[in-house]
Every structure is written in structure tokens, then in C-alpha cells.
Design a protein around this ligand. Sequence first.
Ligand code: SF4
Length: 382
Amino acid sequence: MLTSVYLHFPWCLQKCPYCDFASATIRRAEVPHATYADALLCELEFRAGQQELGTLGSVFFGGGTPSLWDAAELGRVLHAIHAAFGAKLGSVEVTVECNPSSLDREKAAALREVGVNRASIGVQSLDDARLRFLGRLHDGEGALRSVRGAMLELPRVSADLMFGMPGQRAPDFLDEQSKLLELGLSHLSVYALTVEAQTQFGELHRKGKLTLAKEDDYADTFLATERALAERGFAHYEVSNYARPGETSIHNQHYWRGGDYLGLGAAAVGCRWSAAGCARRYRNDPNPARYMERCQSQAVEVFEETLDGQAIVREGLMLGLRTQEGVDVKEIEARAGVEVRTGRERELERALQSGNVLLQGDRLVVPHERWLHLDSIVADLF
Ligand code: SF4
């Protein structure tokens, strides 16, 4: 069984007003580098005793801002993960999510030295006014410097860009994209700004004090991005992700295919398979102090659920239909122990007849030209 590992680093220097990820603010000097690494090692030992780990597929340090973490401590955890799985360092994709304000060439080199081979950098924008609107700590020049530095030291670098901000039109966004791509990036994640209820933006939106891009601007930008990136040889391999050939994110693809993953760290989510039609999902305590106190036992979890066959199919469709490769029906049925069509015969038939979903061999796929309506197409299947 192939298992990917997700590690959550739960701190940021400042909370962005749109962010609903599990992250607490911390001063740079107060990050408990070694204590947090010790806690992760402790949880790793507990999880290894709980269930067989399987074969290591990929490692992803997400957050929060894992680039704030001392590279040596991150490396200590990375080595322990490889040792626990009996894997050789360098044998799998190891990604660290980074912010430009905590990633320069020197940091990228330190990460490479401990075994990291991919950075995913939260650039979000190259326009200083938009970066201020998003509450980011870097400016456009700083973001470009950070990406350049990372590309000199790490074999693979991806950047995140965000669209859908007030007044932002497709040409503005394409201009930002071009500046980034001129650096030679081969992977780009492109997200629309969404307003989550429990955030500062959510609060402003409720009070009518936040306007976002118009629906038409959103659609124009989405389509213009797809065209521009296709011209540069990028495949639109997931609704928010583009890559040159061979540069897709192995970790994310494993997740979108409904693979088994071990979550470690405060607020981390894991989903472990035990048999056909049975998986257990858990979520760790999001409070970093409590997590560090409880990391050695089941008490570290604040939530768990068992996924039955129907839930496995539902999630498989929700994640897989957002990708270019779609859903492998046979594979999902083998994992779920039930047929994909069971309980949604009419809905699936309707989607196939309207062309919203295609059956290509053993795969269900939403054609690219309908990706703008992906959310409603997928929702209609349930
Ligand atoms: S840096 Fe990332 S994780 Fe941290 S608050 Fe901002 S968006 Fe959230």
C-alpha cells in the first residue's frame, strides 16, 4: 500500500484576512523548532504502532508556514519518516510550502541539504497593492527574489497565484503570470479568492464592506489563464493546477486519487485504509500546545470517522472529477466495495447524456470545456 505523509506546521507570522487554514500567529523568535519536531517524532512512533505504514509515496510539509521552521529540525523529522517507512532519502517527492517572507536562496539550500526536493511558494500576487489587500508580508519584488533563489537550489519549484480580487481583470492577471513564468517555473497553482465565513474577509463581506471580482471577470480570467498556459506547454491537470510534462505534484495526485495518507502535526488530517469499503479518517487537535502535550496517544485526535463504501465513492468522485485524468471506476470500486453507479443511477445517466461527464474506457471525466461549472456538475451527482 502506497502511503503519503502530510505534516502540518501550525504557525504563521501574521494571519491573512482570507485564510481559514489552521494556523496561529507567532513571532519568528518564538517558534518552538525542536519541541515541535520532538512532538512529530512522538506522534510518528505512535502512528507506526497503530497500523502498518506501507510504502512511502511522498511527503508534504504544509501549514501554516513550514518555511519558518528551522531546516535542521524539519530535516530531523524527514529523516525519521524515511527511516520509519524503510525508504531511502531522495527516493520520493518531498515538498515544503513556503512563503516568500521566509524563503530566500540560503533557506532553499538548507532545505535541499536535508532532503527537500520541491518548494511550493505562496506568491499569490506580484502587485504590491493586491498583496497589501491580501494581508501578505511580502511585496512583488520580494516574491520574485524568493522564487529565483528557490529555483537556483531546488530541482522543482511551484508558485501559487490568486485571482478574483476587486477590480482585477484577466489582462492584469495574465501579466502577473507571465512575470512569474519568465523565471522558468514548471508548475503553477491558480486559485480564485473565496470568502470563508470564519475569516476577517467573511466578517467584512457580511457587513457589505468587501466586494469581489464580478462573475464575468472570474470566468474570463479562468479561461484566459487556461489558454495562456496551454500555449506555454502547461497541462491543466487539476482545476487549480497546471504543470509542464513530468512536473505534476505526485503528493496531490495521490490525494486526488483517494490514496492512503498519514497526517502528522497539529490540525493534520489523515485517512488510512484498512480493507475494501473501510477507511478511517482522523483530525488532530489544532491547538499547538495541546497537540504537543498529547502527541503520543489517541488523545491527540479531536475527530474521527469511518468511511464506508458509499462515502469512499462520494469522495472519489468529488476529488477525481476535478482532475484531467478523472476517476478510475474499477479502481474506486475495488477500494469501496460498491459500484460507483449505486444510488446515483439517474443522476449519472443524466450527466452522461448531457455531456457533463464522459465515460472514457474505465474513466469518468468532466470535459475541460465544462470545468467552469465543475462544482455544480459534481454536486448534481449526489
Ligand atoms: S500565510 Fe498561508 S496559512 Fe498563513 S495565514 Fe496566510 S494564507 Fe493562511
